[in-house]
Design a binder for this molecule. Sequence first.
Ligand code: BGC
Ligand code: NOJ
Length: 828
Amino acid sequence: MKFGFFDDVNKEYVINSPKTPYPWINYLGNQGFFSLISNTAGGYCFYKDARLRRITRYRYNNVPIDMGGRYFYINDNGTIWNPGWSPVKTELDEYECRHGMGYTIIKGKKNGLKAEVTFFVPQNYDGEVQQVVLTNDSSEAKSFSIFSLAEWCLWDAQDDCTNFQRNFSTGRVEIEGSTIYHVTEYRDRRNHYAFYTVNDTIDGYDTDRDSFFGSIYNGWADPQTVIADKPSNSFADGWSPIASHYKKVTLAPGESKTLIYILGYAENPQDKKFASEKPEGLLTRETWVLNKEKAYAMIEKYNTPEKVAAGLEELRNTWNSLLSILNVSTPDDKVDRMVNIWNQYQCMVTFNLSRSASYFESGIGRGMGFRDSNQDILGFVHQIPERARERLIDIASTQLSDGGCYHQYQPLTKKGNADIGGDFSDDPLWMILSVASYIKETGDWGILDADVPFDDDPNGKHKMLEHLDVSFYHIVNNLGPHGLPLAMRADWNDCINLSCFSDTPGESFQTYTNPKFAAEGGYSKVAESAFVATLFTYTGPAYVGILKHLGKDDEAAKAQAEIDKMKKNVMESAFDGDWFIRAYDANGEKMGSKECEEGKIFIEPQGFAVMSEIGKDQGADIKTLNSIDKYLNCEFGLVLNNPAFTKYYIQYGEISTYPGGYKENAGIFTHNNAWIICAEAYAGRGDKAFEYYSKIAPAFTEETSDIHKTEPYVYGQMIGGKDAKNFGQGKNSWLTGTAAWNMVAISQYILGVQPDFDGLRVDPSIPHEWDGFKATRKFRGATYNITIKNPDHVCKGVKSMTLDGKAIEGCIVPVCEGGVHEVEVVLG
Ligand code: BGC
Ligand code: NOJ
């Protein structure tokens, strides 16, 4: 069952029922000011940091769900409704929500009155613009009123939802004309404020929540002021400050009126915090007055429909240009809309927000993840390489000089997070991968020479290349008894914690130190990760390639020898006959092996082992891929492990705390489905690669939205696996490494357009029935129009290739100096 449709021309998903199976959201803003907005206008906004600069309030885990947002209430002669249906939930005559690239348009119609609200955050602007167009579609004149509503959060979102003994007394506002200013704590230690304004006179207002709702027993769905059509002109004094404008409107038949609301944020320098005079008409309870110069300028910027149209146009142009870098035309519309629009869009969002704020991540939990942010670069780097470069340097600066890493860092301070600490065994390797992908995209070898300090040597002179060296050798220097990397606190799978045996509720599986291993540095020197071994053999060649390019042949040979040794160790100690085992636990027992009672096979090591060609001469790659198909493949994707754990295995850590079929215990983790898609494509099995791709790619889940529940335009982290009661149900949408990795899987492995150090590799691995496809790729200043022909209906194999009509050897298009170039590839 569907709840909307894709409008590819406008790059929008159009939702035509407000009652989606879960709130389907969009993100506005891509620089400093961000908003989350659901299809019923729920959600919130923040400036840069979802925890420390939360502007509007949101209650996660609320009943009913998604109560709280920026709402417009219309009272049309006693009929009260919202353009987005919620929170009053009056049945609408028409409803539509269009989630587009950085904007959302919500339209509602009731009794001949139409309200169309466009929400967006303009480029280089710290505010959300909400343009409301009211149209009288009836044949009679209409007089009605419109109330706006936003509830302020008291800045620190964590404190806001816990420290009530203080917060119920601190809320402050100022009101000037049609603008309501939120100034809680401004007098004392803050220099930022927020405001909510409308570009017209108002007929009343409210700034105190309980006054607006009319009683403490009323809420979003039944505000008494709206029902009575009478604002209370309240002035917040502690409790919960809000901002609500009241406006009476009369429209002749066919007439429209546009109102522009702006929800903005501004910061003042310390010495310019206060205005010297109190302007006439300003409502305040204070003896001081906020300096509002910045707000005035912001309001001026978007106070007419023409200015709003120009802002929207600029946003559209920005996105059109970002999406013009890679564009494909394949025999499958769903692939095109994923590659050309939604997957790239999601990659931008994950790059910006890491795992901080979604409808499943509260914005008060994690900082930026070391491994997460590095992987996010893989899907984003072609869009704005300069921002990727900056991010790489920020991340690398949190690394320690021995190659270890803080697992997370805070975006505001850019400092490693000591509470979480380090010793996650996979972290350093992702950095080699992300830096290599940046160089492959841009050809900017100069990044290796950039000064990048270590966290434990902030003033030392260190180069980016040194970070790659220590990353690589951090693995080599921390091997266990079988010569495989130590598993430490966790690897990519946060829930395989082979050292943190915990039988006490509340102990963190990742940071708790088992006394047994305290003397050894906090983790077992026996437990080894076969996954990290294969990630090492997959990533290592990029490091070797970098060294060779720099002419460091001896170092390259030394690194290559380590990779070869690791492959040998994996084949000797971690190949189980038909697949690769997952790990050795702290007792030296195999995990993810035929010998195990449950969890006999895991997905993680398999893809990278295949792509590293470990045991290929003995057929290990095909045996492994076939085992995945046999044990992990199911209707909605590939489960993480099989059989699911039904008991608690203390020696494995968090993984078996989940019921079977969910999350890391045999859920369909879409992130590492991509590694198998890549591996199938690598092995030349384009049909299988595409089968797996299309099981999880959002556009393909659209038809089963009632089962899948989350947005059909973006990936979620997890889908309930075959052992789950809710088989096929998506969770944790938006902020997941799945976005980047599936972008890599489809564009670089299946469609096979893959940036490399010396040019653009074109080596597709597609469904055999495709006749071919076309791709346009801007790469290092030139544009390549690529045509793939598949006359023999093979999956993989470049038979011939021409660049501007001239044959080229192999399948790497050399870097051209600017211009537009035609590349023709014949498979066979
Ligand atoms: C989740 C993981 C997540 C981790 C973060 C675990 O409970 O299952 O997916 O990465 O928490 O700390
Ligand atoms: C989500 C985390 O953000 C990511 O870092 C981790 O790899 C996966 N969960 C798997 O545990």
